[in-house]
Design a protein around this ligand. Sequence first.
Ligand code: AMP
Ligand code: GLY
Length: 429
Amino acid sequence: MAKSYSVLLIGSGGREHTMAWKLAQSPLLNKLYTAPGNPGTAEHGSNVDLDTDDFEAVRKFVADNQVDLVIVGPEKPLVNGISDYLKKHDIKVFGPDKKAALLEGSKEFAKDFMKSYRIPTAGYQTFTSDQFDKAYEYVLKQDSYPAVLKADGLAGGKGVFICKDAEEVKERLDQLSSDPALRNAADKLVIEEFMEGEEASVFAISDGESYKIIGNAQDHKRIGEGDTGLNTGGMGAYSPAPLMTEDLLLEAEEKIIRPVINGMKSEGTPYKGILYAGLMITKTGPKVVEFNCRFGDPECQAILPALKNDFLELCIAVCEGRLQEIEPEFEPGYRTCVVMASEGYPEKYEKGKIITGIENVDNTCLVFHAGTATKDQKLVTNGGRVLNVVGRGKTLEDSINHAYDNIKRITFPNAYYRKDIGHKGLKRL
Ligand code: AMP
Ligand code: GLY
């Protein structure tokens, strides 16, 4: 593959800056475009002001700019079928087709699929939006709390409710049928058993036939220290997770990753892209909490820097069905990503605060942009999650220290970050 590739990367978060940084290291890269991107992705190519929900506009950009490959970061365009659309126009795309992306796009699909292929997960029952009274009766009959309610469709992380009693179930059912932000996603509802344990995620890349494990991580979803407060997109992550022992990783691969790839293939919807398996490590082994059809954010920031292989070559191999030719190799050690957010996130927060000090971080650390923008030639905050500071180290403790030593060098008014990222991993060592 001596050819050089012009790539269009879709997305604008910390995950996409990490992918852009990694793609820029590839000798196969000719030109990188990111749509819409952020000031971090602009360091590695050109940002493009494209509406990525408008697949025809994306196709036209690809044609006008001789783009050879489109790499999709976030779930929304994948679940809406961007891969199918572009492939129909003979464009190479990295990211699963609409039917394969249903593993994330529909909880009901994912649960039914797991049931068919005996993939360990919580027991469940599905209800349509006109059966919410039946759903309530079902919960009362089960009489087991907490009860877990999940809107079937994409809900931006806001569609899952862990309810402590019947009263809360009732409130949430009302919310699911009335909240305009949830109504679409809650066209169907999955009620599932509560699983007890600690969460971790395992990431695989697949061309539909073969797959390779490319890392594992633990996310910190809550805004507050000690995993308290509101859910967020993720306030930090570290990789690898000491919780995921070699035995557990093997078990997760054999009971979850392999059956998913083989099962999707036998369903006639081969899974091509990154598979994110969110797991609960229970007393009886790993069980699936959810699948995502893309890299996690901020997990990607903690995983991708360890990959020694050319990421662009891997993406091309996936598109061409040649993944079995490549063996992923990894740097030893740990990475800890701490997210710097705007005070108030995940609720109300202010934007436009001037960011300084990124140039002062040392070489133990990488900084990836998320919600940033350039205004009057200054870098300013432009979102809830603003920056990702990734410490690297021989040990988990070193990587945590490197992240926190360096985060102090970066400032913006109202910066907030959790001080305990990685601590639950240290307890396992
Ligand atoms: P999901 O969007 O399905 O990942 O759910 C969001 C979060 O809710 C997960 O990361 C878990 O912390 C929690 N969760 C979801 N399903 C369950 C379950 N069956 N048992 C316990 N916790 C769950
Ligand atoms: N960090 C969780 C996610 O990307 O879904």
